[in-house]
Design a protein around this ligand. Structure first.
Ligand code: RB5
Length: 151
């Protein structure tokens, strides 16, 4: 299950991505915003992040004007690794190396067709584990205030 959320700036793209996920027969949960009326991105970043962190959804796709604000909010939730991607290379590496569990997109930055290619790349890519897992474990320690790997 994919958590899908946006603010007003990402609303149209969210709707289009929802249709795209339907085409791909990938189940998703639309967490809002429900219309294109002005909305605060922290709320929607948080809702998607909570859905992923709780295990209700395996991954999330979140959209605002740039992808920045909504990803900043999502990354405040423990266990969330949200990344803003504007191309397929960074989308691929964010899965292979960083095990990103939320993809953030900027509706004012990239075209809908580019967003779809990025999403397809991101959803198909697999985390490589190994040395990358150790680094993610270090991030988790930072999150938990257990910074015992310095020096
Ligand atoms: C809304 O105008 C805009 O600030 C928001 O969508 C996002 O780009 C913030 O990072």
């Amino acid at each position: 299950m994919i958590a899908l959320a946006s603010d007003h700036a990402g609303f149209e793209m969210k709707q289009e991505i929802g249709r795209y996920l339907e085409e791909l027969k990938l189940p998703f949960k639309d967490l809002g915003v429900p219309s294109g009326e002005r909305a605060d991105y922290p709320k929607y970043g948080y809702l998607a992040a909570k859905a992923v962190a709780s295990g209700e959804c395996d991954k999330g796709i979140i959209i605002c004007g740039t992808g920045f604000g909504i990803s900043l909010a999502a990354n405040k939730v423990k266990g969330i690794r949200a990344v803003v991607c504007t191309d397929c290379y960074t989308a691929l590496l964010s899965r292979q190396h960083n095990n990103a569990n939320i993809l953030a997109l900027g509706a004012r930055v990239i075209a809908p067709d580019a967003a779809k290619l990025i999403i397809k790349t991101w959803l198909q890519a697999e985390f490589e584990g190994g040395r990358h897992q150790g680094r993610l474990d270090m991030i988790t320690k930072i999150e938990e205030g257990k910074i015992d790997f310095i020096n």
